[in-house]
Design a protein around this ligand. Structure first.
Ligand code: CDP
Length: 227
């Protein structure tokens, strides 16, 4: 049976990760969370105490860092230089700094090369900001997920509470808006919808509906044999 490449892009807390993970599970595909890769580099930058404005040192660090995503029992596990940093990459400090680190072209070059390599054989669901526009412009299925701000804040608050972090809605909204702004206005691969992506507003949708929607589109392509 034909295996395809699925690209899911969109802003923070729009439903990408959950959908990508479950779609990959339904199809028996590999889930690649590219945001986790940018977060892993950011974790190392903070650990090395490199100033966020030092593009050269950050790029050099990205170039020599080994990243690995591995399927774990509760989702993907993230490794840097063979250390498991799955929990650390979700810290507030990483979240605050990741949009600066990911704005550097040399950092993106390293990670995009790796992402393309992982997608080579097909049978993959990649999620991020620039998958359909830059990383894999020929992806078989492109989804662009959005959701309204109250819903995004609610979802992120629930995720964080699950990890034992209590943060008020106003602060979260500020953080999400700032990341949207940085991600969509940067020069290198800004967040935007590819012209051939299907936009899905997940505000009123359940997780099951989101997954079903993407799986149904994927099956049409797989069974149709073409794009
Ligand atoms: O999960 P959440 O929506 O909070 O974000 P993420 O997918 O983990 O991505 C974290 C950050 O990495 C984003 O805010 C972007 O700055 C950056 N990123 C990127 O530049 N390109 C990608 N393909 C994926 C993430």
């Amino acid at each position: 049976m034909r295996t395809i490449v699925i690209a899911i892009d969109g802003p923070a807390a729009s439903g990408k990760s959950t959908t990508a993970r479950l779609v990959a599970r339904r199809l028996g595909y590999l889930h690649i969370d590219t945001g986790a890769m940018y977060r892993a580099v950011t974790f190392r930058v903070l650990e090395e105490k490199i100033p966020l404005e030092n593009a050269d040192r950050i790029s050099a660090l990205a170039e020599k860092t080994q990243l690995r995503l591995e399927k774990g029992e509760n989702g993907l596990r993230v490794f840097v230089d063979e250390r498991d940093v799955t929990e650390q990459v979700r810290s507030a400090q990483v979240t605050r700094s990741v949009s600066i680190v990911s704005s550097y072209q040399r950092v993106r070059n390293v990670l995009v090369r790796e992402q393309r390599r992982m997608a080579e054989g097909g049978g993959v669901v990649l999620e991020g900001r620039d998958i359909g526009t830059v990383v894999l412009p020929n992806a078989d299925l492109k989804i662009y997920m959005i959701a309204n701000m109250p819903e995004r804040v609610k979802r992120r608050q629930k995720d964080l509470q699950g990890a034992g972090v209590d943060i008020d809605g106003v602060a979260l909204e500020r953080e999400i808006s700032e990341r949207d702004r940085l991600d969509s206005t940067r020069e290198a691969s800004p967040l935007r919808k590819a012209s051939d992506a299907i936009e899905v507003d997940t505000s009123g949708m359940s997780v099951e509906d989101q997954v079903e929607f993407v799986v149904a589109r994927a099956k049409e392509i797989i069974e149709g044999g073409g794009r």
